[in-house]
Design a protein around this ligand. Sequence first.
Ligand code: ZN
Length: 412
Amino acid sequence: MRNLQVNGERLWASLMELAKIGATPKGGVCRLAASDLDGEARRLFIRWCEDAGCTVRVDQIGNIFARREGRDPSLPPVVTGSHLDTQPTGGKFDGAYGVMAGLEVMRTLNDLGYETEAPIEIVAWTNEEGSRFSPAMVGSGVFAGVFDLAEGLARPDNITGVTLGAELERIGFAGPEPVGGGPVAAYFEAHIEQGPILEAAGVPIGVVTGAQGQRWYEITVTGQEAHAGPTPMPRRRDALVGAARMIDMVNRIGHAHAPYACATVGFVQVSPNSRNTIPGRVFFTVDFRHPEDTALTEMDRELREVCERTASAIALDAEVKEFWYFPPTPFHADLVAAVRQAAEAQGYSHQDIISGAGHDAVYMARVAPSAMIFVPCVGGISHNEIEAAKPEHLTAGCNVLLNAVLERANAE
Ligand SMILES: [Zn+2]
């Protein structure tokens, strides 16, 4: 059987039902990781999975796996899913779509009495958002061995300090299963794009070929504090003037590596931050992103050169510290091809796209062949209560997911 179709209305109804848990007055969702509401959403998800005949297990970092057995239970499973937690002012679709799309795949296979060769599992990862407990993607990160379990469980709530582990225990989701370790045949994640590209192109399916790499920096510019009145202009060592020139250059570096580069300064601290004192010290952050490592390396070189040149021109010191490096993640060629083929077979227009955001699939790509399917979201807006997606696009993405999963679950 080829070219099967999901029940789009059922998928939409599940998304709307789930969105009631943590619904906000402006039409969004606030369902922070390991909160009571997260627990409620998890229990609803598990009930739906059990109703669909799946066997559910929970691991020690709270990741939930719902399994539909294959003809050969000894084969590694094809896994699909995403996350149920949201931002404080989140929407109905970020994360929830990938989990509900996985559920709709199971329900469709049940309707058809379809038996796959390999087992299929839906996963709901713990704390993808990183909003209440940082960093992001802790559940998939522990699964992929990026963090160890103790480190994941010890992440503190950014306001109260209570740990993720204690909160999982409290809501009943500190599971007994060891985290990760077993083989995974393939991991697919369906997600809203969270950017404007697909909508602008009028294309319902984004074939995600990879996620961009990131380099984060902390830059400290040091000059000399002095009185704003008696200090003549030529004698000043104004750290803020130096930082301002560097910040402008960061933006220019981003434009120079168009169309794929992103370059952002989002945090600045001026010291002493007094209106009649020449600033002696400025601290700011830089966030560089690009899908190609060679470009990121070039941007890194340009940043260091610009900072040094700017600083020495006005007798400042500039310390450029690399804070975080996350290499570009190309997704698995066979899985990307399976997504593209599934879109073609359904007659959907599609285009290749790079993920600008981090996703659980990015960590999963370290331990299993992985790929993602993007669908447009209205206005490209996400992490916002007005986040929206069209039912027909969500159905299209789920149809692509179904057929890509089947291709892998029946592959040799
Ligand atoms: Zn997400």
